[in-house]
Design a protein around this ligand. Structure first.
Ligand code: CA
Length: 240
């Protein structure tokens, strides 16, 4: 990928300056929008690689922006929110955001999140060219056609639910998935038993993490959900 192009959507000038200064020092190119309407216009006309989106915009809620963009684009969206409540993050993630930062955030945090999202962009592009029947991430391999998973060359014995969970995380590698999203995808529309999900996730992790600390593959977002990290993604991003 050439220099990634980012779209920064933020109406607070001080925060916008912090973000754009950080981007500039790292050689990222960017455009700026201050409103929801403006952000959608820029997303369509400039085709950025990643959107950094403030949730509290003067003309519309950031969650509405996510829904509108998701109607036609898979562009990674990192939400920036002054609101620390989990509910806002969860709404944004359920609407299709990939990740979130809570204000105030550090420059290092911002850059770590960007690296994770850029890996996802690259991975998506490579996947279009490669055989998508086999997923690999570090020493983890999933053969979707055969329906099995390996660590190095050892087959991992998973229950059907654990395997479905692993595939769901792998197909969304780099993206934070909310509890509700996972429950809905694995058990269907009315499932709401987060404690059951925790149990299955614990046994899955035991089998694939093999005692790695911090977790190598599956990151927990307390009160929010889970994400599979690409091995080699920034360690800092595991500090939530
Ligand atoms: Ca704002």
């Amino acid at each position: 990928m050439n220099k990634p192009l980012l779209l920064v959507v933020e109406d607070d000038i001080a925060v916008q300056k912090l973000i754009t200064t950080t981007l500039a020092t790292q050689g990222y190119q960017y455009h700026v929008a201050r409103t929801g309407e403006g952000s959608i216009f820029e997303a369509v006309s400039k085709q950025p690689d990643i959107m950094i989106l403030d949730l509290g915009l003067p003309d519309m809620d950031g969650v509405e922006v996510i829904k509108k963009v998701r109607a036609w684009s898979n562009l990674p969206i990192i939400v920036v929110s002054a609101r620390s409540e989990d509910r806002d993050k969860i709404d944004a993630l359920d609407a299709g955001a990939d990740d979130y930062l809570t204000k105030p955030f550090s420059v290092d945090e911002l850059l770590a999140r960007l690296r994770v999202s850029l890996r996802r962009v690259r991975y998506d592009r490579e996947k279009l060219q490669k055989d998508a029947a086999v997923f690999t991430n570090g020493s983890l391999k999933i053969d979707y056609a055969a329906g099995c998973a390996w660590l190095d060359s050892e087959e991992v014995h998973l229950t059907p639910i654990e395997y479905k969970l692993l595939c769901l995380l792998a197909k969304n590698v780099g993206k934070v998935l909310t509890h509700n999203y996972i429950l809905h995808e694995i058990w269907g529309s009315y499932a709401n038993d987060i404690s059951a999900l925790r149990v299955f996730m614990a046994t899955l992790r035991k089998k694939i993490e093999q005692g790695a600390a911090p977790s190598k593959y599956i990151q927990t977002h307390i009160g929010v959900g889970y994400r599979m990290l690409r091995v080699g993604d920034d360690e800092k991003s595991t500090s939530d």
